[in-house]
Design a protein. Structure first.
Length: 298
């Protein structure tokens, strides 16, 4: 039987007004990330590993938003609350898989900057175009590989308490609450996977940027130091936005901290819609090469 999405619990009368920022962010996400992809595709000077990784992030952001926002707007505008059993878990699979993929791509971007700044003479031999694509495919395989068992565990549970999901999309914790059987195995698996993925990636990312900062401080030219810091600044901004927002959303879903349900749902919704909109803006503000590529495109 299909599930029913509640939208924003307690704020059903304001759904039309709440939908406005989500609709705006989705349009900006589509425009911004599409322009980044076209700029990298058409400008041959951007055919380098760093910009390939940025293109991967743009694709991930487009998939993220498209998996969540159209159905969310259908709930807000048309009161189209019904979502099929399989469709619900497919949506959940895309959200969690591409969260893991984005974490892997951010790790790859930190590795890219580490080689470019700390070992520039070997950059072109270490990070070739084919190797960059292999890293992207490996991140995708890792994300799908760890999330497929979780989806198998979740779909095997019986859901007979109620069909109403108190959320605007098929959020993991909200769906599991509807199960009649004990979901402790899936909860333990998801906790272990999330901790290992986020913990391992964040440790290596921190190490990479620590080494980068040490190397940058040793550069003799102040202009060279500023250029290196500007390039890494955009990456660090994206990393902080992704990890801090993700941890905040996850912990608010696990522990309410006395917050109203609609606050928890809004935080989760904004985490899936705002970063995909801001990422191309961060590239455009921080990275001159992307700016020039977009101007050429226009």
């Amino acid at each position: 039987s299909p599930f029913l999405l509640m939208g924003i619990p307690g704020l059903e009368d304001l759904h039309v007004w709440i939908s406005i920022p989500f609709c705006f962010s989705y349009i900006m996400t589509l425009l911004g990330n599409s322009m980044v992809l076209l700029a990298v595709r058409l400008d041959k000077s951007l055919h380098e590993p760093m910009y390939y990784f940025i293109s991967m992030l743009a694709v991930i952001d487009l998939i993220f938003s498209t998996a969540v926002v159209p159905k969310m707007l259908g709930v807000f505008w048309l009161d189209s609350r019904e979502i099929g059993f399989e469709a619900c878990f497919i949506q959940m699979f895309f959200i969690h898989t591409f969260t893991a993929v984005e974490s892997g791509v951010l790790l790859a971007m930190s590795f890219d900057r580490y080689i470019a700044i700390c070992n520039p003479l070997r950059y072109n031999t270490i990070l070739t175009s084919s190797r960059t694509i292999q890293i992207g495919l490996l991140s995708l395989a890792r994300g799908a590989g760890v999330m497929t068992p979780l989806m198998c565990l979740l779909t095997s549970l019986p859901y007979c308490k109620t069909r109403v999901i108190p959320h605007s999309y098929c959020e993991h914790m909200a769906v599991v609450e509807l199960a009649c059987a004990d979901p402790s195995v899936s909860d333990l698996y998801s906790l272990i996977v999330a901790t290992l993925l986020v913990g391992t990636d964040s440790v290596f990312i921190t190490f990479s940027y620590g080494m980068i900062l040490r190397s940058v401080m040793r550069l003799p030219s102040q202009e060279a130091r500023l250029k290196a810091l500007r390039t890494c600044g955009s990456h660090v901004s994206i990393i902080l936005l992704f990890y801090i927002g993700g941890l905040l959303s996850m912990y608010l879903q696990m522990f309410s901290f006395g917050l109203a349900p609609h606050v928890q749902v809004l935080v989760a919704d904004f985490y899936l819609t705002v970063p995909p909109m801001l990422n191309p803006l961060i590239y455009g503000i921080k990275m001159k090469q992307i700016q020039e590529g977009i101007f050429k495109l226009l």
